[in-house]
Design a protein around this ligand. Structure first.
Ligand SMILES: [Zn+2]
Length: 252
């Protein structure tokens, strides 16, 4: 199994959750600012199946400056860093201006191209809006990144179509297991097999039956089981598929 998106340094006890995830083929722990990018890389240096992403989350875009950029660029030279991010567009929290978010997004693209990293996109609009999805879609169409993933896919099929067209991947998180999310299970059944990934977004978004507690990479099995069921696959076949997809994308 592979967890393509986690924030291990935000977990209460990183050592314990990483011990429980020792059987995972690989996991990617992502920074949300400079400090957390550093912490993510430290974990990736220590644990053989852990790799890091370095970046400034869209909600932190207001504090991005030249010094942060230089420090992230320095971290990105490390061989355990495989992703540029977490980056993207977030209008849900009103935490940073659109201009600041787009500026960071452009920087993360530069970083990805310079160091051969995978862009990891977060996208979230306010309830009832799709402004963030449309802005990310336009940005993708303009910039045409080569290697990227839509993390915690929320079901916007128009964005998925553009991502797939460009060669991008789509990653499903614990919300795939939620009863109300029949549309996500439909998407998981319909999207092309060779572009599917699974993740936890630990410590957030725990899957059924772990709701109400902190998520951790070992729980990726529940999302993987939901993906297998949606596609009519045996668990082992879904595991092989998503392990191979992640390996191809992140080159670990
Ligand atoms: Zn995340």
């Amino acid at each position: 199994m592979t967890d393509t998106h986690a924030h291990i340094d935000l977990c209460e006890d990183p050592a314990t959750v990483l011990e429980r995830a020792a059987g995972l083929r690989a996991l990617l722990t992502l920074g949300t600012d400079l400090e957390h990018s550093r912490a993510s890389l430290e974990l990736a240096e220590e644990y053989p199946n852990a790799y890091a992403g370095v970046g400034q989350h869209p909600t932190e875009a207001g504090s991005f400056d030249a010094a942060v950029a230089a420090a992230l660029r320095e971290l990105a030279t490390h061989p355990r860093v495989r992703a540029s991010g977490e980056t993207g567009i977030d209008y849900y929290w009103d935490a940073a201006s659109r201009a600041d978010q787009l500026r960071v997004l452009d920087f993360q693209l530069e970083l990805a191209e310079e160091f051969g990293l995978v862009l990891v996109f977060h996208v979230r609009s306010k309830q009832g809006s799709d402004a963030a999805e449309r802005d990310l879609q336009a940005w993708l169409e303009l910039n045409r990144p080569k290697r990227f993933v839509l993390h915690a896919f929320g079901g916007d099929m128009q964005l998925a179509a553009v991502a797939l067209e460009l060669g991008g991947y789509v990653s499903f998180a614990g919300n795939l297991t939620y009863k109300k999310n029949e549309h996500l299970r439909r998407a998981a059944a319909e999207l092309p097999a060779e572009r599917l990934l699974v993740e936890t977004d630990s410590p957030f978004m725990p899957p059924v039956p772990k709701r109400g507690r902190k998520n951790e990479p070992a729980f990726v099995r529940y999302t993987l089981a939901a993906l297998a069921e949606a596609r009519g696959l045996e668990f082992a076949a879904a595991e092989k598929l998503t392990d191979e997809n992640a390996q191809r994308l992140f080159q670990w």
